[in-house]
Design a protein around this ligand. Structure first.
Ligand SMILES: Nc1nc2c(ncn2[C@@H]2O[C@H](COP(=O)(O)OP(=O)(O)O)[C@@H](O)[C@H]2O)c(=O)[nH]1
Ligand SMILES: [Mg+2]
Ligand SMILES: [Zn+2]
Length: 291
């Protein structure tokens, strides 16, 4: 008898049990040893073909990208949740996330929270910063914006951002079925909470979202300084006008990017963060303490 193959997407993993969403149903399949021998294991988010009768995964389709924590494949976009107060705004963390996401071909969407906590001055400053990121091409929202509901459709989204930024609160507001715990303080997070972690994609607003926030251990793994430079998307348009083809916009003379920083065409904090990122000594040193 011929094997009946079907195609689907892994939406959940608990040890060797993979829940696979087919067109009309969800089935649980095992992965055979052959994947382990190939140094490959199926990930949540993978598109797979399965032996439907025997409930085995047969093939894994080539991935667009792959996250480590949480381990998910084929992520389309990341919603970067950034608070402007408690914890206060960190342009360093935001720019770092943007570089890593760009490099991994995950589209960033920016969402700012807690604008209600800041005074008029800081509010104005934050609006300027938000407009800058909007102008260079990123979708930017405040968490109160109802239009946020539209961004999830037909996409796999992970959430990113500091603990306490308001990720769970936002998700609960977007989808009242979720009922996620909010308000936990990072220091109080018992280790036990995270040890028996499974990964799952939840259906939300016409798309799928990862049930755990991503990028908890951020770095520029595998990236060269040139790679980092190239992920600062607004720098690229000026590069042709730099004196040197391979300009790092650092110590070179006649650099158009540096000129644009002076003219306030490029946001100063973006450029400063860029310099820190390519100088490994200054690699966001406080990041380690945060997790
Ligand atoms: N004032 C204010 N507080 C917020 C806002 N969003 C979230 N919070 C609060 O910030 C705290 C942390 O939120 P939570 O969703 O748990 O953050 P998470 O760690 O990113 O999931 C909670 O006490 C929330 O009630 C907001 O827009 N304004
Ligand atoms: Mg949370
Ligand atoms: Zn330059």
């Amino acid at each position: 008898m011929a094997i009946m193959n079907k195609k689907g997407r892994i939406i959940k993993q608990v040890s060797n049990d993979y829940s696979i969403a087919l067109e009309e149903e969800i089935v649980v399949c095992k992965a055979r040893g052959k994947f382990r021998n190939m140094g490959l294991s199926p990930l949540v988010g993978d598109f797979v073909s399965i032996d439907y009768e025997n409930r085995y995964i047969l093939e894994i389709e080539k991935r667009k990208n792959e996250l480590e924590r949480p381990s998910i494949a084929n992520v389309d976009q990341a919603l970067i949740v950034t608070s402007v107060e408690i914890p206060s705004f960190s342009s360093n963390l935001l720019d770092k996330l943007l570089v890593i996401l760009e490099y991994n071909r995950i589209s960033p969407v920016l969402c700012f929270t807690k604008m209600d906590l800041v005074d008029e001055n800081l509010r104005g400053e934050m609006k300027d910063i938000m407009n800058y990121y909007r102008r260079i091409g990123y979708p930017v929202y405040e968490n109160s914006d109802p239009a946020l509901k539209e961004i999830f459709k037909d996409k796999v989204t992970v959430f990113a951002g500091q603990s306490g930024a308001g990720k769970s609160t936002l998700l609960n507001r977007l989808d009242s079925h979720l009922n996620l715990e909010t308000g936990e303080v990072s220091i109080a997070l018992g280790r036990g909470r995270h040890t028996t972690r499974h990964v799952e994609l939840l259906p939300v607003l016409g798309g799928l979202i990862a049930d755990t926030p991503g990028f908890s251990s951020l770095d520029f793994k595998g990236m060269t300084n040139t790679d980092i430079r190239d992920q600062f998307i607004e720098f690229n348009q000026y590069r042709e006008e730099c004196k040197y083809q391979d300009c790092m916009h650092q110590k070179e003379d006649d650099c158009e990017v540096k000129r644009k920083v002076k003219e306030k065409e490029i946001l100063a904090s973006r450029y400063e963060n860029y310099l820190k990122f390519i100088d490994r000594e200054n690699f966001y040193p406080s990041m380690k303490d945060r997790n």
